[in-house]
Design a protein around this ligand. Structure first.
Ligand code: GTP
Ligand code: MG
Length: 209
């Protein structure tokens, strides 16, 4: 058995997801982690995260996926949550031109929130979700052009049809691992540490009688 030590020697990679409300960020994450899809739209409140172990070129890594709420765009989500991220997935809906136009703002938001030490090298993946939709508004070419300018990798897929979801997260994991290895000084602060308060000892009171 590997035990706790083996668990902690695996790189913990922080991947953040951003994009307009309704583009399918939570659906994409749920499809990947829990292999399910729900048609119902339940907007994310605050920030959610899930972890999943994946293998990158034979090496085990722990992906910590942070799913943000698209509606909280211009509110301060709290930069502390995003600090130390190793990769970002910018998600838009191929059937929504507005969600694609918003990528410029999201990129700006991302660079402000994550504040990467090497912005030019920070791994960026753009996900064009909902390719199953018939009323497409954003062409592959349009999306590719934006990605070329910003240095992002472009992947199209569908959370609903389970198309390219695994592939997208594996590409994210690979890019995140490279970034992690190149910037490993920061790794200590990249994972949340959940510290529990010491339980207070409850002593039986002395009998007063
Ligand atoms: P916020 O949490 O508000 O930021 O939204 P979100 O980006 O997390 O969107 P969410 O995953 O909640 O999905 C919004 C709606 O789109 C839901 O009704 C989903 O079922 C639907 N949806 C997500 N992915 C797809 C897809 O690939 N195809 C189709 N047709 N619908 C999808
Ligand atoms: Mg959501």
């Amino acid at each position: 058995m590997g035990g706790m030590k083996a668990e902690w020697t695996k790189p913990h990679l922080k991947v953040v997801m951003m994009g307009n409300s309704g583009v399918g960020k939570s659906s994409f994450m749920q499809r990947f982690v829990n292999h399910r899809f729900i048609n119902l739209f339940r907007t994310t409140i605050g920030t959610d995260f899930l972890t999943k172990e994946v293998s990158v070129d034979g090496r085990s890594v722990i992906l910590q996926i942070w799913d943000t709420a698209g509606t909280e765009r211009f509110q301060s989500i709290g930069t502390a949550l995003f600090r130390g991220a190793h990769c970002c997935l910018l998600v838009f809906d191929v059937a929504s031109a507005a969600s694609f136009s918003a990528l410029d703002d999201w990129l700006h938001e991302l660079l402000t929130q994550v504040n990467p030490r090497n912005p030019a090298e920070f791994p960026l993946l753009v996900i064009g979700n909902k390719t199953d939709q018939r009323n497409r508004q954003v062409s592959k070419e349009q999306a590719r052009r934006w990605c070329m300018v910003t240095g992002a990798e472009f992947i199209e897929g569908s959370a609903k049809e389970d198309l390219n979801v695994d592939y997208a997260f594996h590409q994210a994991a690979r890019a995140a691992l490279h970034y992690f290895e190149a910037n490993s000084v920061e790794t200590d602060s990249s994972c949340i540490q959940i510290s529990e308060e010491e339980p207070k000892e409850t002593r039986p009171g002395k009998c007063q009688c």
